[in-house]
Design a protein around this ligand. Sequence first.
Ligand SMILES: C[S@@+](CC[C@H](N)C(=O)[O-])C[C@H]1O[C@@H](n2cnc3c(N)ncnc32)[C@H](O)[C@@H]1O
Length: 210
Amino acid sequence: MRDLISLVMHLWDRWRFEATPAERAWDAERGVETSAWTIGGYEPTPLALARTILDALPRRDRTFVDVGCGKGRMLLLAREAGFTHAIGVELDSTLFETARANLEGREGLSVINRDARLFPWPITPLVVFLYNPFEEPIVGQVVDRLERSLRDQPRPVDLIYVNPLWAEAFETRGWQVLSDTGAGTSRWLHLQPPSFLGQPLRPPALRPER
Ligand SMILES: C[S@@+](CC[C@H](N)C(=O)[O-])C[C@H]1O[C@@H](n2cnc3c(N)ncnc32)[C@H](O)[C@@H]1O
């Protein structure tokens, strides 16, 4: 039942948010291709939602990581929003190749072809972005690896989880929900790791949605 409701809301959101000609125009302006979905895998964050989230982020002096970056749309948007470094990790080799082509020649943007569970987290303050890329138990395994990295090298992390169907993976590990915005598949959480991970700085919370 939860899956059916989620699907209906999802289609509603796509109808509301997806302006395919506009997305294709956005791609064409940049000489990239990020709009076409792939069956059972890639679906880009709708541009309007992506912009709302990026606008709400209080700081840009961090590495932006898109976990399950698909064709790299969020990396391009993060760069345009002022992040100097953005990294994507993508499991699917075809999507990875498309992302690499899309990012080619763009300073500060990179993508690696790997399972997110094996991602070598950059030792920098982070903004981590997930657009519901996978289910449990993978979400939990990705969080575990990130937490291990934070234990070794404490540093600030702001994590944005869009369409957070597996938010329990964070809540059961003691992550704090700083904000909970939107509804359905456009709902997104701003999370921070528990204080016992030794996060030395606590950045300001995101601004509430306008
Ligand atoms: C919903 S799409 C999101 C694309 C992109 N983040 C965006 O917002 O535009 C989810 C992506 O996660 C990728 N993915 C799924 N499982 C993965 C894994 N274990 N490791 C890395 N990427 C994965 C899929 O191939 C797909 O491209």
